[in-house]
Design a protein around this ligand. Sequence first.
Ligand SMILES: Cc1cc2nc3c(=O)[nH]c(=O)nc-3n(C[C@H](O)[C@H](O)[C@H](O)COP(=O)(O)OP(=O)(O)OC[C@H]3O[C@@H](n4cnc5c(N)ncnc54)[C@H](O)[C@@H]3O)c2cc1C
Length: 347
Amino acid sequence: MPDLIEIQENVELAPLTTLGVGGAARYFLEVFTEDELAAALVWARENGIDVFVLGGGSNIVVADSGFGGLVIKISLMDICEVARSGDQVEMSVGAGEEWDGFVAFAVERGLAGVECLSGIPGLVGGTPVQNVGAYGQEVSETIVSVRCLDRKSGAMVELANGECGFGYRRSIFNSTELNRYIVTNVKFRLAVNGAPKLAYRELIERFAGQTPNLGEVREAVLGIRRGKSMVIDPADTNSRSAGSFFKNPLITVAKYDELSGLLGEVPKFPAANGMVKVPAALLIENAGFAKGFVLNRAGISTKHSLAIVNKGGAGSDDIVELKDLIRSAVESKFGILLEPEPIFVGF
Ligand SMILES: Cc1cc2nc3c(=O)[nH]c(=O)nc-3n(C[C@H](O)[C@H](O)[C@H](O)COP(=O)(O)OP(=O)(O)OC[C@H]3O[C@@H](n4cnc5c(N)ncnc54)[C@H](O)[C@@H]3O)c2cc1C
């Protein structure tokens, strides 16, 4: 086993994240197979070292002091068809594949189910973690099962969709079973020659009276996302972010009525347990944080009030200070505590 892996030391993490802040990993290993992953975990356990699993680094904030344990970068690659029945196909995808590469692959082959999730950065293994969603679609709608290494038992397990506890930006992987499972592969069920999903207002309006194909919907989503700097582009400094920094809060109907009394008609989306989801962006703007707001070397994107941006040379302290300022302003004005979406590493 020890020969299987060669652990690096003091590897800078900022370049491996989209926000571009933070220090180094004390130990670092990129794994390409499940055996390498298992060997890395054995090594960490034997040496009493903490582990952090890194995908595309698009949903994390790394502390300036770095991470004192072992960072395992997931690079298990593979996209293949594993089953087909009628107009449904099951695709097995390695956790290390680029998410948007897989979406493009599916769309090019006329496979429907993930087209509205075009342009989301990160890797396939990261998508079940927060049940990635955008433009009216979530990965939980097409995930059949998630193959993981269970750190509790040391065994490989295949969790069916119903066992993953999917909800809005939620799964067992980021809540009840945090840090237990490491995703190595995800199976998706897609519709052969299926129609694109048109559930989001901006898409419905764009294609009013038309029947667009998957490729047209993908291009429309990418266009909308680019307009909001929500596609990673090295030339666009607004995209030096971790995406939306806050989840849209779920509030009671009574709280919603109170909010509408303050702000007028507030857009709402139905959520589980009789709650309603309201846009965090609206609360942030009405708490005094316009697009383009700057604090030290961090700021709010000039195109999207939910994105905290590294304005150049920011440290994690700049990001955290702005996050805290926004949270406390929204809480004191509306009595709603915003929950950050990214994961904080090494804090
Ligand atoms: C510009 C931009 C736009 C974005 N737009 C959206 C959007 O529209 N919708 C949306 O939902 N998200 C969005 N995001 C957030 C982010 O892209 C997703 O959450 C993405 O799925 C994270 O994947 P990752 O591989 O980068 O994970 P990382 O950032 O590397 O990790 C995130 C978390 O997942 C865990 N993790 C990663 N891989 C694995 C694995 N294989 N096994 C177990 N745990 C793992 C990590 O330990 C960490 O806790 C956006 C981000 C950016 C920067």
